[in-house]
Design a protein around this ligand. Structure first.
Ligand code: HEC
Length: 196
């Protein structure tokens, strides 16, 4: 069993003329998990090298929530949670990024944001190791929502909501402590003789 007619990795052989037991890959071989039928999805740039203009999946609240979460983790340290470019790292001396609310970036196609995260740009390192292709799109969608939020006008607010502007935001009444209706989430009772 110990002596088998087999090759250890990269050992030479007389069987092939180039003496290599490790054979070159068949042309067109794709490693498992590496098939990229739509390059635009992975890089934000289409086959014409122009930024893709549409989200490659449908836009849902979940997409924006995930995008916000990832943005706040990976982008906000420099770009700030508002996107104005005054993040904590910038306050400590890092190169200041442009505000995401500049006119040029408000008009930039979504694929441009995905491209910047995938490949970096100038002083910005790429985040392709930290942020998956799908999350790059989630973030791009969230950046667009952030941009809209910072340039909204009164006309964007539904008429029946306008009287609420300027009032403090309150959580929905069902989320107020003790009103959850969910078993196990009642407010804890005061201790009596050391026991609940
Ligand atoms: C370490 C700081 C840092 C982090 C983190 C960072 N950026 Fe940047 N970003 C920069 C800087 C600096 C620039 C300006 C680069 C330049 O023009 O040289 C920039 C530029 C940009 C631009 C503008 C590109 C343009 O066309 O001018 C976008 C969009 C952007 N970043 C998106 C992101 C997103 C999305 C993330 C999170 C995944 C992110 N950045 C994380 C520093 C950062």
């Amino acid at each position: 069993m110990h002596n088998q007619p087999k090759y250890k990795p990269l050992r030479e052989t007389v069987y092939y003329p180039d003496m290599r037991s490790a054979r070159p890959l068949v042309a067109g071989t794709v490693a498992r998990g590496q098939l990229r039928l739509e390059p635009g999805f992975y890089t934000g740039l289409g086959s014409d090298q122009q930024p893709v203009t549409t989200l490659p999946f449908s836009l849902t609240r979940k997409v924006l929530e995930r995008g916000r979460e990832r943005f706040d983790i990976y982008c906000a340290p420099c770009h700030a949670e508002t996107g104005d470019g005054d993040g904590v790292i910038v306050q400590r001396g890092y190169l200041r990024p442009p505000s995401l609310h500049e006119d040029r970036l408000r008009k930039a196609p979504l694929g441009h944001f995905v491209d910047v995260v995938t490949n970096g740009l100038g002083g910005m390192p790429d985040y392709s190791q930290q942020v998956s292709p799908e999350d790059r799109w989630n973030i791009a969608a969230y950046i667009r929502a952030l941009q809209l939020s910072q340039s909204a006008t009164i006309a964007d607010v539904p008429e029946d909501q306008r009287q609420n502007l300027g009032k403090p935001l309150l959580p929905p009444s069902e989320m107020i402590h003790g009103k959850t209706g969910v078993t196990g989430m009642e407010p804890s009772k005061p201790l009596q003789d050391g026991k609940r």
